[in-house]
Design a protein around this ligand. Structure first.
Ligand code: AKB
Length: 320
């Protein structure tokens, strides 16, 4: 059985990827690494270790001790936080990636997964049906680290024959762990405010359309790409699409279930970032090379999000 290391295990994606990988590969074979002092209890079903993703010695020790075959390196600062702290974004997103790739090569790790993002694109990129191969001139520090990271992964593949695979995630919508510091975070916050307060104020304008994906599809895509036969893959990094919508469109969908729900908008600096990103993504390479297909559209995702968050909030209030 493969031994898997998930770095950034307490984040939005890591906190759901770890349990999913443990279902497939066994609790003991998936080592979660995070930097939070108190990991959530659902990550304690198997090994959980504290480490800084940029600490090479600490990572080397963990990889050697647990004889790691596969690494999912998810630790990163997102777009809005990256603009507030560009030095830290560079350090964590790019130096952190290089550290992980070096550790992988030195310890003969078989495979690495690293998330890229739609943030690699910029205003000069075709914004509708953005192709896999196109102009990548992002205007954010986060986007810059993702473009450089993609090139770094390709470089390690070419020069060290390291099997690094990557997906350009759109905004990820989920109910387990809140996203933090992203431009697409409104698409999660809107559900909590709709249920708790019946209203939401979006930080991007009502007509700002962005590509999005529901967490179950994100997990499925990530694991399917890593399980795909190497001979099927012609790319290292794949565009991925599931749905695209604006705050107004999502509000209309939520209103079908909460008729009194009201959504207004007060755009802030994140609007400037959103304006540079694509509206929709061409993911035909992922579909044809490794059979990618999303299960959730906006209506199916909305029904599930409302149901899951209502249940979660009920448990929280019952326990208070
Ligand atoms: C962000 O908004 O920064 C992220 C992303 C699209 O990469 N969710």
């Amino acid at each position: 059985m493969q031994k898997i290391l998930v770095i950034g295990a307490t984040g939005q994606i890591g906190s759901e990827l770890v349990p999913r990988l443990r279902e497939i590969y066994g609790n003991e074979n998936v080592i979660a690494v995070g930097h939070k002092t108190t990991p959530p209890s659902h990550l304690l079903t198997g090994p959980f270790l504290f480490a800084d993703a940029t600490n090479k010695q600490a990572l080397n020790d963990i990889i050697q001790e647990h004889q790691i075959d596969v690494i999912y390196h998810l630790a990163a600062l997102l777009s809005a936080t990256g603009e507030k702290n560009p030095d830290l974004a560079w350090q964590v997103n790019l130096n952190g990636l290089k550290t992980v790739l070096d550790c992988a090569v030195e310890n003969k790790v078989k495979q690495v997964f690293w998330p890229s993002s739609i943030a690699v694109f910029g205003p000069e990129t075709p914004s509708v049906n953005t192709p896999n191969e196109t102009i990548m001139r992002p205007k954010t520090m986060y986007g810059l680290t993702k473009v450089a990271g993609e090139l770094l992964c390709e470089y390690y593949h070419q020069t060290h024959n390291l099997d690094v695979r990557s997906i350009r995630y759109p905004g990820i919508i989920s109910h387990q762990t809140m996203p933090g510091g992203g431009t697409t975070d409104w698409a999660v916050a809107i559900f909590y405010d709709a249920i708790k307060n019946g209203c939401y104020t979006s930080f991007v304008s009502s007509d700002t359309v962005l590509p999005m994906m529901y967490m179950p599809d994100c997990l499925k895509a990530t694991i399917n790409l890593m399980q795909a036969d190497a001979s099927q893959l012609k790319h290292r990094c794949y565009n991925l699409a599931a749905m695209s919508f604006s705050p107004a469109e999502l509000a209309t969908e939520i209103k079908k279930h909460i008729p009194a729900f009201e959504c207004d908008c007060l755009p802030d600096s994140r609007q400037i970032i959103a304006n540079t990103w694509p509206k929709s993504i061409d993911d035909s390479a992922a579909r044809s090379e490794w059979g990618w297909q999303p299960d959730y559209n906006i209506s199916k995702m909305t029904i599930d999000m409302l149901e899951q968050i209502r249940a979660k909030l009920l448990i929280t209030t019952t326990n208070e």
